[in-house]
Design a protein around this ligand. Sequence first.
Ligand code: ZN
Length: 306
Amino acid sequence: MESQEGSSGNVLRWENLDREVLSTILKKLDVVDVITGASRVCITWFLASHNKSLWNTIKLNDLDWGSFEDTYREKQRREILIEINKFGRTAPINFFFSVHCNVLEEDLAIISTGLPNIRKLALPTWRTLKLKSIQSAFSKWKNLQTLIIAQFMRSGGALNFEFRTIADNCRNLTTIKFTYILDKELAKIIVRKLPNVERLSFRCATICGVAVISLVIGLPNLKILNLSHCILTETRYCDRAADMKYKQELVKFGAEKLEKIIVCCSNCTICENVWKYTIVYRSPTPEYRSFWDKQWKTDEIEEFEF
Ligand SMILES: [Zn+2]
């Protein structure tokens, strides 16, 4: 290992660095780099890699990591998740998957078993997950407060059965972002099962006006509602885009009841791209991937940023 010479002429060695200082430096690295690189350098770095403060937030960012139908990457991802369990133990409270990560039942089983204290989770879905697996995973996350969930499945539709199972198990959810269709059924599930919800975001999703109204009326604790870059429809089947007058009346209604309702301005470029990239999602281009990667981590409500 390389060493550096101090001003007094003493030789300073990396392995002799104070472990807390070393942990602070390691915190700047991606968790995958800590697991596969830094922790294997020497015993001092290995021990510093286990400092709890490194593992509060697990952010799996790499765009190319474990996406789509790639069994090699699936295996690689699973090994990393098992290592995260070992390094993080009970420390992780925030867990953010990359938006392009094809999360499978086995992945959820590993992290829910090893990391029971998750409070904030970002979960993209590219494939239908069995309800039994969702039930098993989310039953271990009783303290989950913030959920960011997206659906990019080719069959379209909503995740209402899946979300109902999540809501049955995580009654402490107060802050939820959905990147998929808000229809009347989803609104009904939220109102019935999660009356304590305070913040909702449907950023970049297709939303039904009637469902929005039932959320505003039915959730007594709802404070902030983000409808930025949404495709608003009038009918319950979300099949007809609403006109500007309908949108203005809906926003006025929300503003009277809530602390804040967020919508975007006309000529919004993000809105244009939502339409564009929703239509071409069957064959993701680099632009598509980059667009959704950015939207995944961004929100006008700060609790959803990561
Ligand atoms: Zn917009």
